[in-house]
Design a protein around this ligand. Structure first.
Ligand SMILES: [Zn+2]
Length: 280
């Protein structure tokens, strides 16, 4: 049973609204139980945003089930190269336990065997690569990172964290270089193209054929009008709904999403259809 949603004025929206839609969460982080608490706290401190409990698969699925999320793109990044294979194995294991998971592996620009990492990701049946330039401490358009994209182009899609007003490792201008140099690389630019750099993202990233955005960790920081305008900037057909677990609660993010005022057809596209068309 799907629970009730609140709309902007705090009125209950009928669960019928939710029943109309298939919902895919295009960006969620999961951590192994041993480190989940610490990893979640680290992310919370980094962004100064309170987290939801700790980032374990079970918590993700419990939150998503309440509103009827049927699929999740799950990922985890390696802050040091030694973690890469362990994390990829972990994600693959979780995907076996949870058939609703669509797993992305990771690699690291300092990894001694990036080709081997990518081969492992494919062997494990994972569907793409997640990179986070700020956590992994590299510039998104550095020669080391380009080596990764070169191997991935035409083979595996990339979900990349974008933007942070405090650093410029994943600034929209750097993400743009990826699009220009690797036009066949399927790219999911997180956070409407640039967390906290949303205007720059509009200037730099619109119009690339293989670029999609997800809309997580953004809606809480701008008006519904502005969010809708920025999503329309990229194109409704190029946008994926996501919650950035363990950052945001599915229920609250859906409330923010439905307050954007898209049509039913547009909601359907952003909540699931665009994702399926891009990845399947
Ligand atoms: Zn992420």
């Amino acid at each position: 049973m799907k629970k009730y949603l609140m709309d902007k004025e705090g009125k209950k929206m009928k669960s019928e609204i939710l029943e109309k839609y298939e919902i895919i969460d295009a960006h969620a982080h999961i951590f192994p139980e041993k480190i989940a608490e610490k990893a979640t706290a680290n992310v919370g401190n980094f962004y100064d945003i309170p987290m939801l409990g700790c980032g374990m698969s079970e918590n993700l699925v419990n939150g998503g089930n309440a509103v009827g999320v049927s699929e999740y793109l799950v990922c985890s990044t390696a802050t040091v190269p030694q973690q890469v294979r362990v994390i990829n194995n972990f994600i693959a294991e979780e995907c076996k336990k949870y058939p609703q998971f669509f797993g992305f592996g990771t690699t690291h620009p300092l990894s001694e065997d990036i080709e081997g990492d990518i081969a492992q990701i494919k062997e494990l049946g994972l569907h793409g690569v997640k990179l986070h330039p700020d956590f992994q401490d590299f510039n998104a358009d550095s020669p080391e990172a380009f080596k990764i994209y070169e191997i991935m182009e035409g083979e595996l899609p990339l979900l990349i964290h974008c933007g942070d007003p405090r650093y410029d490792r994943s600034a929209p201008a750097r993400i743009r270089k990826i699009c220009e140099n690797f036009p066949r690389l399927k790219l999911q630019a997180a956070h409407i193209g640039g967390y906290g750099c949303w205007d720059e993202a509009q200037e730099m990233l619109i119009g690339f054929e293989n670029l999609r955005i997800d809309i997580c960790s953004s809606l809480a920081f701008m008006s519904a009008e502005k969010a809708a305008e920025r999503i329309r900037g990229f194109g409704v057909e190029n946008s994926f709904f996501a919650c950035d677990f363990p950052m945001w609660n599915h229920m609250e993010e859906l409330e923010r999403f439905f307050a954007l005022g898209f049509t039913e057809e547009e909601n359907r596209m952003i909540l699931s259809e665009n994702f399926k068309r891009f990845y399947k």
